[in-house]
Write a protein that binds this ligand. Structure first.
Ligand code: IMP
Length: 427
């Protein structure tokens, strides 16, 4: 298999976990390069359900090497909990199959605390973050005040950097938020101890990945969140704090862009979003409620109900185009099984003007009016179908119509949560 980038083409929760788990069979190395434990990738294997936040989904396959790259915001406590949880369930997790970048920035207690306090401070303007400390960690990375994994491995350095960080953060907690500060010694002890547990996994993951590529190994880059939550290209400021598309790979993995051979976006047959921020095709009525119920749309990380709406071809086209996608995978098609009519957003009306292009720079995306077309539903259970030709004619008509609107080939369909519930279409 060539080296592949798989990324979300909506607002996250596109069902990437299952697809990456499936593609991991043919890869040698699976890589996370951005985000952190704000992600929740759900993989169902027979009777077993795994929710992975930090460790790549390839961990469930024997013999694969899983890499947490330098661009990940690493919560070391969550990472070790995940390692322990997998081991308890009989999944081998060893330095041979899990490697952690020495340069990944670390989410510390003060980042999680600040995430919550900043949201309260923003009040009505809050982002609706997952509360995992992602934004404050990346902010410190950019401000050059953060701690990296390598610093947790050196007690003296860890104390020095934590002491400087807490001086500033405790002043902020007390002066702005009227909140209690964190105690340095307690924090040093806690993070040096977890650093010791991380140590066996830590290496220069960029060098490892470049070497693996040179040896002819195939790499699978697992995007977290989705392009519409990208820090640069998403619905800013209602975004996460990393580069969520294939654009994040070179810097977040230390791997040259020119060696990523194929780029595949993932989008649901409808659309969801969690947290605040514009969602042009959101359905507030019965259709939205029904999509949420049928699609079990609750966050894997926070349990929050997701906002639901119809497929938005303007947003997906933008996301795929931005990343130069070779094709995309449509997931959760079966959720539409019972609908008599299915709507698809085909264009936006922005200040009275119809547009097929995503309005980057539009000050108020909430004011955008989505124009829809209505297609007939198929009202048949498609979850047991494995061949494209065997799908009902109305399902194929829907798929092909959406594909044409989006302008990029659909290379696979997913029709249920199980590993084998997919319909190949050229991948
Ligand atoms: P943060 O990443 O926790 O800072 O949250 C910023 C925004 O991204 C919020 O709207 C979150 O709901 C959203 N977000 C973060 N991670 C995910 C994810 O994995 N799926 C969907 N939305 C996410």
């Amino acid at each position: 298999m060539p080296s592949l980038s798989v990324f979300g083409a909506q607002w996250g929760d596109e069902g990437k976990g299952k697809i990456i788990d499936l593609l991991a069979r043919d890869a040698d190395v699976v890589v996370r390069y951005q985000g952190g434990s704000n992600a929740g990738h759900t993989v169902i294997v027979g009777e077993d359900k795994y929710v992975l936040h930090l460790i790549p989904s390839g961990i469930l396959h024997p013999g694969k090497v899983n890499v947490v790259g330098n661009g990940v915001a690493l919560d070391p406590l969550t990472f070790m909990d995940e390692v322990d949880g997998l081991r308890e369930r009989g999944i081998p997790v060893e330095p041979e199959n899990l490697r952690l970048s020495t340069s990944a920035h670390v989410i510390l207690d003060h980042h999680r605390k600040l995430d919550g306090l900043a949201e309260t401070w923003l009040g009505g303007g809050r982002i609706g973050t997952t509360g995992r400390g992602i934004g404050p960690c990346y902010a410190d990375k950019a401000s050059r005040t953060g701690l990296r994994v390598s610093e947790l491995l050196e007690p003296g350095r860890c104390r020095e950097r934590l002491s400087a960080a807490l001086l500033e953060k405790n002043a902020l907690f007390a002066g702005v938020h009227e909140a209690e500060g964190l105690e340095l010694e307690e924090q040093v002890e806690k993070y040096v101890a977890v650093g010791e547990r991380l140590r066996p996994f830590v290496c220069d993951t960029g060098a490892y990945l470049r070497g693996a590529h040179a040896e002819g190994k195939s790499l699978l880059f697992e995007g977290a969140q989705g392009v519409m939550l990208d820090i640069d290209h998403g619905t800013y400021p209602y975004v996460t704090s990393s580069s969520t598309g294939a654009n994040g790979i070179p810097s977040g993995a230390g791997f040259p862009a020119k060696h990523v051979d194929r780029l595949i976006g993932i989008a649901k047959a409808y659309c969801t979003r969690v947290g605040e921020g514009p969602f042009p095709s959101e359905e507030h009525g019965e259709a939205g409620e029904r999509l949420g119920r049928k699609g079990h749309e609750f966050g894997a990380t926070t349990g929050r109900p997701r906002r639901c709406g119809w497929f938005d071809s303007v947003a997906v086209r933008y996301a795929l185009d931005l990343n130069g996608a070779d094709g995309w995978i449509m997931t959760k098609l079966d959720v539409l099984d019972s609908f008599e009519k299915i709507c698809v957003g085909t264009s936006y009306k922005v200040e009275g003007e119809e547009s097929l292009t995503y309005p980057v720079g539009c000050a108020d995306l909430n004011a955008v009016e989505v124009q829809y077309e209505e297609l007939p539903g198929w009202q048949e259970d498609i979850t047991a179908i494995r061949k494209y030709e065997e799908l009902p004619a109305a399902t194929r008509a829907y798929v092909e119509w959406v594909e044409e609107r989006v302008g990029a080939p659909i290379v696979m369909l997913s029709v249920g949560p199980e590993r084998d519930q997919v319909i190949p279409r050229g991948l």
